[in-house]
Design a protein around this ligand. Structure first.
Ligand SMILES: C[S@@+](CC[C@H](N)C(=O)[O-])C[C@H]1O[C@@H](n2cnc3c(N)ncnc32)[C@H](O)[C@@H]1O
Length: 221
């Protein structure tokens, strides 16, 4: 898929709504402190990198394996040094290099998910947010069950128990799983449901895992 086509979806009414809702959930879960640094792994065209850069008050970096998408991200957001090509399974950063680490709908495209998670937690220092496609959702029924097309092609859709198993024995505390985007169409009914108590049901298309990163020898959180 072309970077431009993917990124322009975030400018449709549906994409704008979904992107803003997910970015707001991620920001609330990270609770960034002034000056904290953030890494977005599998940033793609940089939609969430840009959205989070507008919400945190520290340096923001995005990495992705796809050089074409990184080139596009740089074109949209020409902050020097913000974007780099890197493999999530072997990140070119020191331990604890970033206060906050985020990855949005990228893990399900990465062959060695455990390696990518270990790397995410290795380079992080305080909090992480992991956005995933929820296997137990209407969107999976619509897009995922036959393999998916467009931006969903080849994706692995996660269940909550899979996420817990993937993070087992990794340095994480206070793991929280939540979901959002019950009706991905984004129309008036979808928005009404999302704002109602039903919006918190575990069946949203967006599965968000967040928690503290436990650094050996550190008591600070
Ligand atoms: C569905 S896109 C998500 C992009 C962006 N996070 C977003 O939510 O708009 C999945 C991204 O994961 C990236 N990706 C897949 N395998 C990767 C790897 N091993 N390391 C880094 N990025 C990877 C792809 O290149 C793609 O940009």
């Amino acid at each position: 898929m072309q970077a431009r086509d993917y990124d322009l979806w975030y400018e449709t009414p549906q994409g704008r709504w979904i992107g803003a809702r997910e970015a707001a959930l991620i920001t609330a879960a990270l609770a960034p402190r002034p000056g904290e640094s953030l890494l977005d792994i599998g940033c793609g065209t940089g939609y969430f990198t840009r959205a989070l850069a507008a919400r945190v008050r520290g340096p923001v970096t995005g990495v992705d394996l796809n050089p074409d998408w990184i080139r596009y991200a740089r074109g949209r957001d020409p902050v020097p040094g913000r974007y780099a090509v890197a493999d999530a399974q072997a990140l070119p950063f020191a331990d604890g290099a970033f206060d906050l680490v985020v990855s949005v709908t990228a893990l399900g495209f990465i062959p060695d998910q455990r390696a990518a998670l270990a790397e995410l937690l290795r380079v992080g220092r305080r909090r992480f947010a992991l956005g995933l496609l929820n296997r137990h959702s209407l969107l999976w029924w619509q897009q995922g069950r036959r393999g998916g097309g467009g931006g969903y092609a080849g994706a692995h859709w996660h269940t909550r128990s899979e996420v817990r198993a993937l993070l087992r024995d990794l340095p994480v505390s206070e793991l929280r799983l939540q979901s959002a985007i019950q009706f991905p169409g984004g129309g008036r009914f979808a928005r009404w449901i999302e704002a109602s108590p039903a919006g918190a049901l575990p069946t949203g298309a967006f599965l968000l895992a967040t928690g503290n990163i436990v650094r050996t020898g550190s008591t600070e959180q």
